[in-house]
Design a protein around this ligand. Structure first.
Ligand SMILES: *Cc1c(COP(=O)(O)O)cnc(C)c1O
Length: 400
């Protein structure tokens, strides 16, 4: 029940005065953004103590997004591999189809309190863009979404959804014309209008205070899990790392709960075509934060590949870099093919079509949970639904 969920995220760890989690994070941005980010951090620090804000957010999450999301026991998937008792945290049942709306609702309420009239956002596959356009319609704000030209082409349905919701979609032609470039462009656009605009970043990445705020807004996932059962392990896929951070945060202080982040192994490490920022990356600066990222020997950000657009990002949130370094969270990866198999298994055995991102976490369960029936309960964050991926899966399977 929602009444069991703390209104404010008080017990969670805060970044230090420089905005770092351990050695990672910080604020590596142009001069013009430093002041805006400092003010944002100060406002957020105050808001974090404001019970009225968290109550308003909790009420919107309940009445508009459908929280709390169910915890569903996947018996047939468990039986397939004789694995640990498995519970799916159904973030796919949120309004707009993924966990992204948790963060968008929080940041849009924050922007309204700051008196901002315009919202800027970046998007890759379009899920964050759709969630942002949705909350802007709800709260009567202007919305401009930056999207790589290549993604505009690949994700036509989400582009149409954003336009129907009243957002302006701006096609970005620079670089590889995907998420990384859209994020650069959105940050650049924000520099020119920091007074009237708020930038809603879509994951636990970017300069301080974003990794902190986004984690707090997503932490409702872990709070709801803990209110229903106490897991032995929590498993989540990691792109930028927001659904994982939200699912993990509640359990980080409890070392008896195992935490597993699953990155996109793409075609496998030997091919170089993957997105395993923690598995194969090195520390560097991307989008204003010091964190693990995939880069070549000269520090140039590498081209990445994943079957799933939402995981196709060369970096990862700084708090994950800190958790990886301290060993508190284990990070592993699965390949495109393993994710595809898991996608099909969840469809056929449980009647749930998952996002390809979430299928990565499922694939890890199927591979590593095999034969470990006495080790549950394990909870897996099913970050989103897979309608957006149906065409791609059919294409990859040669069915269209
Ligand atoms: C965006 C997205 C992800 C990846 O983002 P994180 O910040 O790592 O959570 C995962 N699953 C779904 C369904 C998404 O839309």
């Amino acid at each position: 029940m929602l009444t069991d969920v703390p209104a404010a995220p008080a017990p969670l760890e805060e970044p230090d005065a420089r905005g770092r989690f351990g050695d990672y994070g910080g604020r590596f941005v142009p001069e013009t953004l430093v002041l805006a980010l400092q003010q944002l951090a100060e406002h957020y620090r105050e808001l974090r103590q404001d019970q009225g804000f968290w109550r308003e957010l909790a009420e919107l999450m309940r009445s508009y997004s459908g929280r709390p999301t169910p915890l569903y026991r996947a018996r047939r998937l468990q039986a397939l591999v004789d694995g640990p008792e498995l519970w799916l945290k159904r973030e796919d049942l949120n309004h707009t189809g993924s966990h992204k709306i948790n963060n968008c609702l929080g940041q849009a309420l924050l922007a309204r309190r700051l008196g901002k009239s315009t919202i800027l956002a970046e998007t890759g596959a379009g899920q964050h863009g759709v969630a942002t356009a949705t909350v802007c319609a709800l709260l009567d704000m202007q919305c401009r979404v930056y999207m790589g030209a290549e993604d505009v082409r690949r994700q036509a349905l989400n582009v149409s959804r954003m336009r129907l919701l009243g957002a302006e979609v701006i096609s970005v032609e620079s670089g590889s014309r995907t998420l990384k470039d859209a994020t650069n462009e959105a940050l650049r656009a924000w520099v020119g209008q920091v007074d009237e605009a708020h930038y809603i970043l879509g994951s636990v990445v970017g300069p301080h205070p974003y990794p902190w705020m986004v984690r707090d807004f997503q932490a409702v996932i872990g709070h709801e899990i803990a209110a229903e059962l106490w897991p032995k392990k929590v498993i989540a896929c990691v792109g930028g790392g927001s659904n994982a951070a939200g699912a993990f945060a509640r359990f980080v202080p409890h070392s008896e709960v195992g935490l597993v982040g699953v990155e996109a192994g793409g075609h496998g490490f030997t091919t170089g075509e993957h997105c395993a920022s923690l598995g194969r990356g090195k520390p560097g600066v991307l989008h204003g934060a010091l964190t693990y990222l995939l880069q070549d020997e000269f520090g140039q950000v590498s081209q990445t590949h994943s079957i799933s657009a939402g995981l196709d990002y060369p970096g990862v949130g700084p708090e994950h870099s800190a958790w990886a370094t301290s060993g508190r969270v284990e990070y592993h990866s699965v390949t495109d093919e393993e994710a595809l198999n898991a996608f099909e298994n969840l469809c056929r055995l449980e009647g749930i079509v998952p996002a390809l991102e979430s299928a990565h976490a499922l694939a890890w369960y199927l591979r590593e949970g095999k034969g470990r029936a006495d080790e549950g309960p394990w909870v897996l964050c099913l970050s989103g639904r897979g309608d957006k991926d149906v065409q791609e899966v059919l294409r990859l399977r040669g069915l269209v």
